[in-house]
Design a protein around this ligand. Sequence first.
Ligand SMILES: [Zn+2]
Length: 56
Amino acid sequence: MAQLKCPICGGQVSVEDDALPGELVEHECGAQLEVFKKNETLSLRLAEEVGEDWGE
Ligand SMILES: [Zn+2]
């Protein structure tokens, strides 16, 4: 597990080491976070409010 920082509350977020960019993680503070890669390092950002997945 990788320990990332929640961009909303600053708390610790546990993410699988093999998490893929685009993967969604819900933090204990209630924020929906999206995994993305920055300089080969996994990071987190606030996921867009999509609600339903309209993709195929
Ligand atoms: Zn949080």
